[in-house]
Every structure is written in structure tokens, then in C-alpha cells.
Design a protein around this ligand. Structure first.
Ligand code: DX5
Ligand code: ZN
Length: 214
């Protein structure tokens, strides 16, 4: 299991230190939630912030774009230091093109679906992605409750992936007490925002997430 702490729940006044702290605490990826106040009802950060925190960790930057449109900004995110760039099926009229652009920039291409979106939306792009991100909350805010109906969807997406080299990441409401069900359903990367950053001792919380699965 890989753990991707979401810096949406970090202390923004000390963002560089927070990134370094979760890196030291055992994060596999740094999950960065980019929101535009249009695709989702919240605003967060853009490429300037990603560039500023880039020197604070060598772990892959897992950039979750909740912006519509995403295409005009993909190159800027790649240049800012993103390693994985994930776009939403719901925000993209030309999904296939966006994924090709991301790969063309030498980055890993991710595709995400909201809780209300059927996994069939992923089918046409299965051979064009390196990562699938299944949302287990409606995107926009940290600290929401895990939507349990997504567990069956995770299993179905795992089956769809088959032998392809695609990582299956799940995002939203994941805590030590439900992470095992997410992994058992077929996920291999979990995002954890409030669980990690509100827990005080980041090393302890990340270890608790791993221990819950072992
Ligand atoms: C939600 C974001 C998530 C969020 C996760 O829109 O995509 O990454 O920060 O936060 P928690 O783990 O608190 O649900
Ligand atoms: Zn996210």
C-alpha cells in the first residue's frame, strides 16, 4: 500500500515544512489538491505554490486537478514539478487528448471519477492512464465521511484494470479504521488528508494506517 497525505489539511502558513514533515513520516506520494471554485465549490492553490514546495520533498508530487478546463494548464503543472497529473472525467470534454498531453510532457497520467460517476467512464481510456483515482467523497473539502458505496466500485475498477500497469488510488474520508476495507476492495494507493494532518504525530498516523492493513 502507498500512502499519499493530502496537504489540503496541512498548515498553509508552514507548507514547505509540512511537506518535509510528511515526507519524513513515511509518505509515498505528496497529494496536492488543486481546486478552481468552479468544478468544485472551493479554491486552493496553483502552480506557484507547487513550485515553492517542490524543493521540500523528493517524493512524487501527485497532483489532483479539480479544475475545468485542465488542458490549458497541464504544461504549467508539469513544469512546476508535478510527477502524476490527474484529471477528472467530469471536467474534461477531451479526456483522451488531456491524457496524451500529460504523457507527452513525460508525466504519469491519472484519471479520476466522482462518487456519482459510473466506472464505465474509464473504459475508453484504460490504455492511456498510469493511475485511476476513485473519489470516495464528493471533491471540494477535506474531512468528509467516506461514502461506503464506493467500495464495490473500487472492486469493479480493479477488475477492469486487469493486468494493466495502472495504480488504483482512492481519495476521501480514509482513516485507520476503514483503510483495510479500501485495500481489500483492490486499492493500492490511499489518500489521507485530515487523518494524517489532524492526528498530531504524522509518523504515528502513517504507521497506524499501515498497521491497520497488515
Ligand atoms: C477532496 C480532496 C481530498 C481530500 C482528502 O476534494 O480531493 O484529497 O483532501 O481529505 P480527507 O482525507 O480529509 O477526506
Ligand atoms: Zn485529492
Amino acid at each position: 500500500m502507498k500512502i499519499a497525505p493530502s496537504i489540503l489539511s496541512a498548515d498553509f502558513a508552514r507548507l514547505g515544512e509540512e511537506v518535509a514533515a510528511v515526507d519524513r513520516a513515511g509518505a509515498d506520494y505528496i497529494h496536492i489538491d488543486v481546486m478552481d471554485g468552479h468544478f468544485v465549490p472551493n479554491l486552493t492553490f496553483g502552480t506557484a505554490v507547487i513550485k515553492a514546495i517542490r524543493p521540500h520533498s523528493e517524493k512524487p508530487f501527485d497532483v489532483h486537478l479539480m479544475i475545468d478546463p485542465a488542458v490549458p494548464y497541464l504544461e504549467e503543472f508539469a513544469d512546476a514539478g508535478a510527477d502524476i497529473i490527474t484529471v477528472h472525467t467530469e471536467a474534461d470534454k477531451h479526456l483522451h487528448r488531456s491524457l496524451q498531453v500529460i504523457r507527452g510532457l513525460g508525466k504519469k497520467a491519472g484519471v479520476s471519477i466522482n462518487p456519482g460517476t459510473h466506472e464505465s467512464a474509464l473504459e475508453p481510456v484504460l490504455d492511456d492512464v498510469d493511475l485511476i483515482l476513485v473519489m470516495s467523497v464528493n471533491p471540494g473539502f477535506a474531512g468528509q465521511g467516506f461514502i461506503a458505496s464506493q467500495l464495490e466500485k473500487i472492486s469493479r475498477v480493479r477488475d477492469m484494470i486487469g493486468a494493466r500497469a495502472i495504480e488504483l488510488e482512492v481519495d476521501g474520508g480514509i482513516k485507520p479504521d476503514n483503510v483495510k476495507s479500501v485495500i481489500d476492495a483492490g486499492a493500492d494507493v490511499v489518500v489521507a488528508g485530515s487523518a494524517v494532518f489532524s492526528g498530531g504525530d504524522y509518523t504515528k498516523t502513517i504507521a497506524a494506517l499501515r498497521a491497520a492493513v497488515d
